[in-house]
Design a protein around this ligand. Structure first.
Ligand code: SF4
Length: 384
């Protein structure tokens, strides 16, 4: 039985992690092991040391703690935005594992919802593009609308102003006119819902009820504050959907709903989301004179420069390492591998997001963070 005195002594003594105890050796990894731990080495044959050492006791024999500590992670983790435009964003994520960077990439591609055309009601199509192909092309048109204003629709749900966006497309090429292009800009938003009458209702002559269409909107979408200043439309007006010859016509209604990229790529909010590790190019010796000029010529993306260090003597320098594409031309042949080291930093990712237009790229990333957070919370609650 623990006495009261012992109990209070325990409460007063702060808990110290084993690695912080004074008699545990505070070793440092030898330089070559530290390099293997933190860098991918790109030799001419193949990259080596590509794995991440996860095991907390991997370097215990050398007195080095390899466990992941939240405090350390918080201190080291950084996000630096390098470029931000309306549709593109490039940023550096520093101090993170490849698995987490990849989780963001996968969430961005497959788990962030958008609105995309799912159902197409074709009233007339005499163009050379078949109905199915036209419907597929319509589905891939990016729509400029924030999906957070809409709900998901299930098979048995009625299409309402909260889960469906309706577009009308009616283009005709008159006889005697030159051929015309049908473009995404011809899609007209119908804020009051479908204008097509359901055939079952129409064919019932005794029906006194109101004419039923393919949607049940209780209010107009353009009266909603979020769409007053920004009407719903395709992101780009110039996507060619079909071409019409004289006398040909397309009349249809397209219904867009909320979905995710894992169901179909048309719902993916990004054209692409990708990352690469930060390149690190190191000159292992001074490279001077003709050899320096040869090195500059070897690199197709101009990573190296020549520096004049007096009396016409020239020396190679690494000027633009970030541009390196890992083509490994600079280490091809002779003794170049002993002069130049091509490496990648394992915990520094150059991340690029190209939005299709539904949401700005910086919003897409913050939404991806929220989804990952939700997933982590779900796992914690399941385990506890
Ligand atoms: S690997 Fe290719 S791109 Fe990178 S520095 Fe060498 S030559 Fe240039």
């Amino acid at each position: 039985m623990v006495s009261e005195a012992e109990n209070s002594r325990e409460q007063k003594t702060p808990k110290i992690p084993v690695w912080d105890l004074p008699d545990v050796p505070k070793g440092e990894l030898p330089q070559h092991i530290q390099l293997q731990r933190t860098r991918v080495h790109c030799t001419f044959d193949a990259p080596t040391h590509t794995e991440n050492v996860q095991y907390s006791g991997a370097y215990a024999a050398m007195g080095v703690d390899n466990s992941l500590r939240l405090g350390e992670f918080r201190k080291n983790f950084k996000v630096e935005v390098i470029k931000l435009t309306e549709d593109d964003m490039e940023f550096d994520m520093i101090g993170i594992d490849a698995a987490i960077a990849n989780a963001f990439r996968r969430i961005l591609i497959a788990e962030l919802p958008t609105m995309a055309i799912e159902k197409v009601f074709v009233a007339n199509n005499t163009s050379v593009v078949q109905d199915e192909v036209l419907a597929h092309r319509l589905g891939l048109v990016p729509l400029q609308v924030d999906p957070r204003h809409f709900n998901y629709i299930s098979e048995n749900d009625e299409p309402t102003e909260k889960n469906t966006i309706v577009f009308k497309l009616h283009v005709r090429c008159e006889r005697g006119s030159p051929r015309i292009k049908v473009k995404s800009g011809d899609l007209q938003w119908l804020p009051n819902g479908s204008g097509f009458v359901r055939s079952t209702e129409k064919s019932n002559p005794d029906s006194t009820s109101k004419t039923k269409t393919y949607t049940s909107f209780s209010s107009s979408q353009d009266s909603l504050p979020e769409f007053v200043d920004k009407p719903i439309a395709p992101k780009h007006d110039d996507i060619v959907l079909s071409k019409l010859g004289p006398g040909q016509e397309i009349e249809l209604e397209a219904h867009a709903v909320k979905g995710m990229g894992k169901t179909h790529a048309k719902w993916s909010p990004v054209a692409t989301a990708w990352y690469r590790m930060l390149p690190e190019i190191v000159l292992l010796q001074d490279i001077e004179g003709e050899k320096a000029e040869e090195l500059v010529k070897k690199c197709p993306v101009k990573v190296f420069d020549i520096e004049d260090f007096g009396k016409g003597q020239k020396r190679a320098t690494v000027a633009r390492p970030r541009s390196c594409t890992l083509c490994r031309e600079c280490i091809r042949g002779d003794d170049w591998e002993t002069l130049v080291a091509v490496r990648r930093v394992k915990d520094h990712f150059i991340f690029t997001i190209e939005s299709t237009g539904a949401l700005p790229p910086e919003v897409l990333f913050t939404e991806a963070v929220k989804i990952l957070e939700d997933k982590c919370e779900r796992v914690i609650s399941e385990l506890s």
